[in-house]
Design a protein around this ligand. Structure first.
Ligand code: HEM
Length: 385
């Protein structure tokens, strides 16, 4: 049995029936159009994520940037890099930005109130919050933030262009490299309390630190990995309030449900829908015979609706235990930013509920979905406060 992964249009916007059929008929199906295996069941997605000895992360344009990039390295190189960066990007450092996130969200709420009653959730809340927070954590000054963010976005869209991506990203990559080389040099001379300084201080078991190329790739990765994803998590969480009025009433009455609401949004409307792997050997997965070098498209969003793991998976139930979701991946590459995005989303949603509990969809403007193969989210989400 073969299958074709929809990469645009309504089939990509509402792929859940397609996912369910795949899980039922062929949890690891060959897609001849794209030349990859589509992995849709929770058990097989989890295996491919965890078994790095069989399934490599060295795939796609990110893997060919030159210096090692955390997401596309395998052990032992991944182990070393991850150790260096996670020693700097610690849960403690993330928890310490709590007060600052409250402050940024407070300012955003004030701006929303002042510019109301017609508000776009994406441009006013979901988009600026993660950009401001991560830029401050890295140590990018407010005056450079917009430029760095624009370049990071251009870089990411360039990577997704397919053939010709290298030429497409060259100008922005040079601009980013120029900026970060200088920033790293400045931090070397004058250490500060931010992430660049913390990363520069770290040493591996042999006493070596991160190279300049590795530092640059990490700064870039932190800028691109966490922004659009967290933006989409916040937008998706608020969108579900509009489409699920009964559940929203329960949330409105009991803010202790916010945490469960966000976890259920991660499961039910996963912001990162897919990740890639490549087979390192001839092997078997879910009954399929995979050849060395074959690519696998792991459907996180489908694993998160697997009836074998989640009861009544198509229904949004904020009270359920969604902890088996794979929205942040699994195993060695488990999302480094998961605690940060959870912190931001929890504060943003709680403050939003406190400030605008009676918000309604905008009757004059409909929401614009932005669904790509990789991501699920919104370009705009107009409401009236
Ligand atoms: C809702 C928000 C987010 C989602 C859904 C998400 C999703 C993911 C997923 C699925 C992976 C695993 C990729 C793989 O196994 O190939 C991952 C890895 C990663 N994420 Fe996130 N992410 C989010 C937010 C963030 C934030 C805020 C940051 C940092 C500021 C971040 C930084 C990273 C990094 C550095 C990795 C690579 C880790 C490694 O390869 O060892 N993410 N993320």
């Amino acid at each position: 049995v073969t299958a074709t992964m929809p990469t645009r249009g309504p089939a990509l916007e509402e792929p859940n029936e397609f996912y369910a059929q795949l899980r039922r008929d062929e949890p690891v199906a060959w897609d001849p159009k794209h030349g990859w295996w589509i992995v849709s069941s929770h058990a097989e997605v989890e295996k491919a994520l965890i078994e790095f000895g069989r399934f490599s992360s060295k795939v796609g344009a990110m893997a060919e940037l030159g210096a090692p990039m955390l997401t596309t390295e395998d052990p032992p190189s991944h182990t070393r890099l991850r150790g260096l960066v996670s020693g700097a990007f610690t849960p403690k450092r993330i928890a310490s930005v709590d007060a600052r996130v409250e402050e940024v969200v407070g300012e955003i709420m004030e701006k929303m109130r002042a510019s109301g009653p017609h508000i776009d959730v994406v441009s006013s809340l979901s988009y600026p919050l993660p950009v401001v927070v991560i830029a401050e954590m890295i140590g990018i000054s407010p005056k450079d933030r917009e430029a760095i963010w624009r370049w990071s976005f251009e870089f990411l869209s360039g990577l997704e262009k397919g053939a010709g991506w290298r030429e497409a990203i060259q100008p922005t990559l040079s601009a980013l490299d120029g900026y970060f080389s200088e920033a790293i040099e400045n931090h070397r001379r004058t250490p500060r309390g931010d992430l660049i300084s913390a990363m520069l201080e770290r040493r591996d078991a042999e006493g070596n630190g991160l190279t300049d190329g590795e530092m640059f790739n990490l700064c870039l990765l932190l800028m691109v990995a966490g922004n659009e994803t967290t933006t989409n998590l916040i937008s998706n969480s608020i969108s579900v309030m509009l489409t699920h009025p009964k559940e929203y009433e329960r949330l409105r009455a009991d803010h202790s449900l916010v945490k469960g609401w966000i976890e259920e949004t991660l499961r039910w409307a996963s912001p990162t829908r897919v990740v890639f792997r490549k087979a390192l050997e001839d092997t078997e997965l879910g009954g399929a015979k995979i050849k060395e070098g074959d690519q696998l498209l792991l459907l996180l969003a489908s694993a998160n609706r697997d009836e074998k793991v989640f009861e009544d998976p198509e229904t949004f139930i904020p009270e359920r235990d969604a902890s088996q979701h794979v929205a942040f991946g699994r195993g060695r590459h488990f999302c480094l930013g998961a605690p940060l995005s959870r912190l931001e989303a929890n504060i943003a949603i709680r403050r939003f509920l406190e400030t605008f509990p009676d918000f309604k969809p905008d009757p004059d403007h409909s929401a614009q979905r932005e669904d790509l193969l990789f991501t699920r989210g919104f370009r705009s989400l107009p409401i009236v406060i």
